[in-house]
Design a protein. Structure first.
Length: 163
């Protein structure tokens, strides 16, 4: 990776139905001015696509990968096994177990294959985007300033007294 080149974030998800949650990561990255791409990649239904994506991530100028997955939620861990680029896992809320199955699958990785695991659902998608932006901001002053502005805005929005 070249430090002077603008790194991008790639948002991946196992299926179209995950997009309802993962579009919040897109919106957050867009608001911060972070370059991003969004793809559907299934660890189980499109394993070749997953392998090709993960194994070529470094040469494709990707600084962080946000992987949303539900159910068995193998996507974040499998991508992490194939690349050294930071992978942030977002457990998608499911009907059956409310996303707890996804959370446990993503968070319980074997040593040596790290996945940064976020909260279940929408909050996790937004925080994954903020964390990815923070990673990119290490080498991008514009993104760093945008994050600082967002944090200052959040602070100012908190009232000093209840009304």
């Amino acid at each position: 990776m070249k430090k002077n080149k603008a790194l991008k974030v790639v948002i991946v998800m196992g299926s179209q139905s995950d997009y309802k949650t993962m579009k919040l990561a897109e919106k957050t990255l867009k608001n911060l001015g972070v370059k991003y791409e969004t793809k559907i990649i299934s660890a189980h239904r499109t394993p070749k696509r997953m392998y090709e994506f993960a194994s070529s991530a470094k040469k494709n100028n990707i600084g962080a990968i946000i992987a949303g997955a539900g159910g068995s939620a193998h996507l974040p861990g499998m991508i992490s096994a194939l690349t050294t680029i930071p992978v942030l896992g977002v457990p998608i809320e499911s009907k059956k177990l409310k996303g707890l199955d996804s959370l446990l699958s993503i968070v319980q990785m074997p040593k040596g294959i790290p996945v940064g695991t976020l909260a279940i659902g929408e909050d996790g998608a937004i925080n994954a985007a903020l964390l990815a932006a923070s990673i990119i901001a290490n080498n991008n002053l514009t993104i760093k300033k945008n994050l600082e502005r967002l944090r200052l805005s959040q602070t100012k929005s908190v009232k000093k007294k209840p009304q």
